[in-house]
Design a protein around this ligand. Sequence first.
Ligand SMILES: Nc1ncnc2c1ncn2[C@@H]1O[C@H](COP(=O)(O)OP(=O)(O)OP(=O)(O)O)[C@@H](O)[C@H]1O
Ligand SMILES: [Mg+2]
Length: 464
Amino acid sequence: MSAPRILLLDEASPSLRALAATLELEGFRVRQTAEPDEALSAIRAGECEVVLSEVHLAAQAVLAEVRASNSAPPVIVFDDFASLGGPSQALREGAFDALARPISDEEVLRAVRRALQSHALRLENERLKHELDGRATFGELFSVDPRMRRIFETLAAVADSRATLLLSGESGTGKTQLAHAVHKRSARARGPFVEVNCGALPSNLLESELFGHVRGAFTGAVKDRLGKFEQAAGGTILLDEIGTASPELQLKLLRVLEEGRFERVGDTRTRNVDARVITATNVDLEQEVAAGRFRADLFYRIHVVAVEVPPLRARLGDVAQLAEQFLTRFARRHGREVRELSSAARQRLCAHAWPGNVRELENAIERAVLISQGARLEPGDLFPERAAGSAGAHGTQPGFEGWQAGPPDELKLALEGPERWLLLRALERHAGNRSAAARTLGINRTTLFNKMRKYALLSFPVRT
Ligand SMILES: Nc1ncnc2c1ncn2[C@@H]1O[C@H](COP(=O)(O)OP(=O)(O)OP(=O)(O)O)[C@@H](O)[C@H]1O
Ligand SMILES: [Mg+2]
């Protein structure tokens, strides 16, 4: 095992550098940043095992993320003095430990070791608990579907080998996350995880993206460039949408996979690949082979271990379970009171076809959490724009008599939903600043005020 990684979130200073040096001497790997956003993406990408953070920087973003994810690393906060509320507030908000400066080396090391141990225990507990629930988990993914469980088992079994994998499935079914989880379970876990979308670039650019180039290799190649294969050295490279690779590129990839070698574009020196290759596709590669668009030899090379991830609509059990998990996560992340799905909402979720699969479900729940007002998510929160359309489509539009008694609740909600959602988005974007939100929406402040009152949004917090 290589050294555990510690993320230091604080402004650079002589004392911080001393702390980093101490930790490195003890065999930890240390990365420092003063940017909460950078820390957040490192945490989400699983690039650290412990976070040591200045208390205010932690409070800005990192703690919400830690509360929302079971596998997020523990956060230890420190503060210059035992400021009122600071560290203890941080503990209530999910920090693992709080240290008041000046902190001795001993104290930091003890706290870090305790955090590492407790985190390992928590992960193990989670795993056992899920096993009892009949849920299978794999990295950040989970499922109650037996086919998904088999996929997790297969991937767990081959994670630590160098075998090339092929993950196929519709967009949003979790292929990238599966690949990431395989990487995290392998001996290369602490190396880089690099993702390349083969469909996003024209073929000549893609070649230099993957293999790099030397200066002067083509017009515009003003300096040497490291390709993704070299960036992924010691780690894993995910070649997404491999089915779109051009014939020339397919040939080069075949060589990489067969011989483990490549050249940078315009270079004569042959280099060795030191990356585990995972491929993903959302088209049926066998059909592409049959149609002559994909090399059969390359297909067999990457088909060594192949899994086909079923679309979300084919695993109904997962719809409700995933929806609940996302609900909890986003309610925590956005500090909302909503706790559960109403049974009508659950039914609507199960009836939806989810063409965008889990990604679509995740987005729908996040949006619903943001616009919901009660403790329970209702169908109108989940499908605000659809509810309006579906009233006609399902023939439930009220007759003239219906209108005299006022529009039915569902229709009223459907019509209000989008406006409320737009208001919320504008307020969120401007941290509650009403003038700025009104400008974004193209209305004046009085109109905004009236609309906020109408939708019970006057208590929307202003963050400074
Ligand atoms: N079983 C699952 N449990 C929890 N989250 C999931 C699951 N499956 C997918 N997700 C989430 O859904 C989102 C989409 O997943 P991902 O990006 O891995 O899909 P993909 O198959 O790679 O899509 P694309 O083909 O568009 O690249 C991610 O946020 C991922 O975390
Ligand atoms: Mg993907």
